[in-house]
Design a protein around this ligand. Structure first.
Ligand SMILES: *[C@@H]1O[C@H](CO)[C@@H](O)[C@H](O)[C@H]1NC(C)=O
Ligand SMILES: *[C@@H]1O[C@H](CO)[C@@H](O)[C@H](O)[C@H]1NC(C)=O
Ligand SMILES: *[C@@H]1O[C@H](CO)[C@@H](O)[C@H](O)[C@H]1NC(C)=O
Length: 348
């Protein structure tokens, strides 16, 4: 049995080894144990990974999860990002779903290849971090944190285009893919920080290039890159509140610049370190090679790993208001920047 792969596309430097996981959804709910521990989060998230996700988590708890929605049995980490809605002319919202029955989320782990063991350091226990800022509604092209975020307007039969925010003035025939890089340099001491960001940094060249040369962040971590597929092509923009760009992120963001994601380490002890030290997967990141080396075990039941929301609130389907009653802002910005994506980097 091999890992089910969506073979694509990110421009991956040949200096990097990587493995790619197609990850199933655990639950959609207003929980965020990093930003709002023990409380209801301000907006809805799509949550993946270990089934012991909840209002608070620790690495020790996550390791006890009865299942994981990732395809690697030893990865009970949680990964989450905001969910997406279509806003109708009458003001109501309908949640966007996954497309073509593909797994909604892909998580990549990237790390330098052909380097001595120990060059890359696996996340320590209770390590957590956030990439992105849900409050942003403007784009600053010189910010690495904003360069870490992009959206692909998908056309499986033509040319997909890459955008800095939610694509404006174009309909995306095969849906929209929200993409985000996490910082991959660490201060080597703190597993968290007050804003859940300042213990980590992007490398010298930006989110996906350069090295951890800043002496304040000398430790190289595996780089996590997450893609979420949204079936936005199921909606007709003409029936939208804002036909130019009819989608809003769960925090009420009509720009996409507020896209963000959270990570909480739930790997079994030593396993991720073994991967980055010993496992160089072939082209396209099929992690079968690591399971064949006995480094981790393939989990074929990720699609059966779901949990019930404990917030007893409807967050999917058609709703009068965004969960959390978040106002929609940023709908009137100008056109997003588009970059043509080479055919070779497009989905099959
Ligand atoms: C708004 O329009 C949508 C689509 O027709 C519909 O599903 C929803 O019930 C409407 N909302 C209200 C409050 O009428
Ligand atoms: C998705 O799965 C459902 C239920 O299994 C099926 O009815 C539908 O045809 C599938 N859609 C696509 C696009 O494959
Ligand atoms: C844009 O980002 C750069 C790099 O982080 C920062 O120095 C600059 O102050 C930012 N500009 C604005 C207007 O926020």
């Amino acid at each position: 049995m091999t890992f089910s792969l969506i073979l694509l596309l990110t421009a991956l430097s040949s200096a990097n080894a990587f493995f790619l996981m197609s990850v199933n959804t655990l639950v959609y709910e207003r929980r965020d144990p990093i930003v709002s521990p023990g409380a209801i989060s301000s907006h809805t998230h799509i949550i993946t990974g270990g089934s012991d996700f909840g209002a608070t988590v620790t690495t020790a708890q996550l390791r006890q999860s009865r299942c994981t929605s990732t395809p690697i049995a030893q990865d009970k980490s949680n990964y989450w990002t905001e969910s997406m809605y279509f806003q109708w002319k009458n003001g109501s919202f309908t949640s966007s779903a996954n497309i073509l029955n593909l797994t909604t989320t892909s998580s990549y782990y990237l790390y330098p290849s052909n380097v001595p063991a120990g060059t890359v350091t696996a996340f320590p226990d209770d390590f957590r971090m956030i990439s992105g800022d849900p409050t942003l509604r403007t784009y600053n092209a010189s910010s690495f944190a904003q360069q870490a975020i992009s959206f692909l307007c998908l056309d499986f039969n033509g040319a997909s285009t890459k955008h800095t925010g939610l694509p404006v003035g174009v309909s995306c025939p095969s849906g929209i893919r929200a993409q985000i890089n996490f910082p991959s340099c660490w201060d080597g001491k703190n597993v968290d920080s007050a804003n859940h960001k300042s213990h980590v940094a992007f490398p010298s060249g930006g989110p996906d290039s350069g090295s951890c040369s800043d002496p304040k962040f000398p430790v190289t971590l595996p780089r996590i890159f997450i893609e979420v597929y949204w079936g936005t092509n199921n909606f007709n923009a003409q029936e939208a509140m804002n036909p130019q760009q009819p989608f809003v992120l769960a925090q009420g963001d009509g720009t996409g610049y507020g896209h963000h994601a959270d990570y909480f380490n739930g790997w079994a002890p030593g396993v991720l370190q073994n991967v980055v030290d010993k496992c160089t997967c072939p082209q396209f990141g099929d992690p079968t090679c690591c399971s064949q080396q006995g480094i981790f075990d393939y989990n074929s039941a990720g699609n059966q790993c779901t949990i019930n929301s404990d917030t007893s609130e409807q967050v999917l389907g058609t709703l009068d208001k965004l969960p959390g009653n978040n106002p929609v802002t940023g709908l009137s910005r100008g056109a997003s920047v588009t970059i043509r994506v080479p055919r070779s980097l497009q989905p099959p």
